[in-house]
Design a protein around this ligand. Structure first.
Ligand code: GLN
Length: 454
């Protein structure tokens, strides 16, 4: 049934880059066989999921939504996807995304934008952005093409698309999910996580995805907690911090109203509400848009036309010409913009002024959170400053696009677990999300508070 829905919705939503119906059926058959033999089934047994096309999947094209990797068929499986298959999940297909996970609307994909299944109720029928970069994942889960999907979050790419489409998504603590086999964007920030219909499904899927991996040098060597079994929405004895600096100009009044609703729901669940201060918040976005492009410019240097992916070798050309032609043809505009910014902030003359400064700011942001978590257990904030916007609306204005990440990037820079949960609809009938940020390793606290809101 899911395979049929994936095929039926493809023209309207463009959520998948490739569908893999046989893989989904194979996994279902394997679960049936295991059940018949009386074997213990994994926690994802028989669940068909969508896989963001940033995870390497053995024998199945993996593109990062870029022309650079079009046709690339990995010979190996990412650790996170291997963990999911071992837990019994099956793959419906590879999901569309922003090219190399750079974007907030899924409009930078080489394979065309994804369309959100949502529409405004006020007459306007303009197609809306599903958020990004995990826009295929959010649209597919919201449209019920799959019960759950993987996402990755470097600066909000799980949380923002979840908020835009009325689903749940958690970015765990940096290091919980292995980055091995995930196409690298900004390695000190990249983190995989689940996107699903509700908090419980996220807890189950995160359990399957997470775990120490010796192949990732930044993998956390900690046991995976039984998050689902410990879910508890009782907030008595919990202090929920409300960060003063997140009441920013430019935030939609309906977003502020939903934040107030969230505060009321937390009180109803027994929590104590405390105001906290994260004084360096206003520097988070500029610091992110220096650190992330810097790491991207370094990571993307590997796409040179030599080893794998696209090769554009003009007749009679030398090596330098091949690099230039390959990279000119293979990368989209946003990816080139990031590489240029990254190379600039890392260059000898500007390294101290930009890159080092941004790294110092990153340390201050982490210290802000550490101080706040002395007086509260969790932080509650909006996920985004607006609801979903029309496709095309922000594509000519990168700064406006980047501003959409303003509430998401601080937790990324600090490596903290953060989740977006649905928090009702705005006046135009579009979903809004609320964000919960926890102490490092406290995914349980984040999931529990998410359950209290849900
Ligand atoms: N929108 C942010 C960016 O374009 C975040 C992307 C992400 O988390 N992968 O960098």
């Amino acid at each position: 049934a899911f395979n049929a829905n994936v095929a039926a919705a493809q023209d309207a939503l463009n959520a998948f880059i490739v569908a893999t119906p046989d893989k989904a059926l194979e996994a279902a058959d394997a679960v049936d066989a295991a059940r018949a033999k009386g074997e213990t089934l994994g926690i994802m047994a028989g669940v068909p999921i969508g896989m963001k096309d940033l995870f390497a999947t053995e024998g199945v094209q993996t593109t990062a939504a870029s022309h650079m990797l079009e046709g690339f068929i990995p010979q190996y499986e990412s650790t996170v996807s291997a963990n999911l298959w071992r837990a019994g999940a099956g793959m419906l297909g590879k999901l569309n995304l922003d090219q190399f996970a750079m974007g907030s609307s899924n409009e930078t994909s080489h394979f065309g934008n994804v369309v959100s299944p949502w529409r405004r109720n006020d007459g306007g029928n303009a197609p809306l952005a599903p958020g990004g970069s995990s826009g295929g994942s959010s649209a597919a889960v919201a449209a019920r093409l799959c019960p759950a999907a993987t996402g990755t979050d470097t600066g909000g790419s799980i949380r923002q698309p979840a908020a835009f489409t009325g689903i749940s998504g958690i970015k765990p603590t940096y290091g919980r999910c292995s980055r091995w086999g995930v196409v690298a964007f900004a390695s000190s920030l990249d983190q995989a996580g689940p996107m699903a219909r509700d908090v419980t499904d996220c807890a189950i899927m995160l359990e399957a995805m997470a775990g120490f991996d010796p192949k990732d040098a930044t993998s956390l060597d900690l046991p995976v907690p039984q998050w689902e079994a410990s879910l508890d929405p009782d907030m008595r004895g919990k202090r929920i911090g409300i960060p003063r600096e997140y009441r920013m100009d430019g935030t939609d009044s309906e977003i502020l109203k939903s934040w107030d609703d969230g505060i009321a729901w937390m009180r109803d669940a027994g929590a104590e509400i405390v105001e906290v201060s994260l004084p360096h918040t206003k520097y988070a976005l500029p610091a992110y848009y220096i650190v992330a492009p810097a790491e991207a410019s370094s990571n993307l240097a590997r796409y040179d036309g030599v080893r794998y992916g696209l090769r554009d070798l003009p007749t009679g050309a030398g090596l330098q010409d091949m690099y230039a032609a390959t990279r000119a043809a293979g990368f989209g505009d946003e990816v080139k913009r990031r590489i240029l910014i990254g190379a600039y902030v890392l260059s000898a003359g500007f390294y101290d002024a930009y890159y080092n400064q941004a790294q110092r700011v990153r340390t201050l942001i982490a210290a802000d959170f550490a101080a706040a978590f002395e007086v509260c257990d969790l932080i509650l904030a909006p996920t985004t400053p607006t609801a979903s916007f029309a496709l095309g609306e922000k594509m000519d204005d990168p700064l406006a696009m980047y501003l959409n990440d303003v509430f998401a990037v601080p937790a990324s820079l600090a490596g903290l677990p953060a989740m977006s949960v649905p928090a009702g609809l705005n006046g135009q009938g579009l979903p809004l999300g609320l964000q919960l940020i926890g102490r490092a390793f406290d995914e349980q606290g984040v999931l529990n508070a998410g359950l209290a809101i849900e």
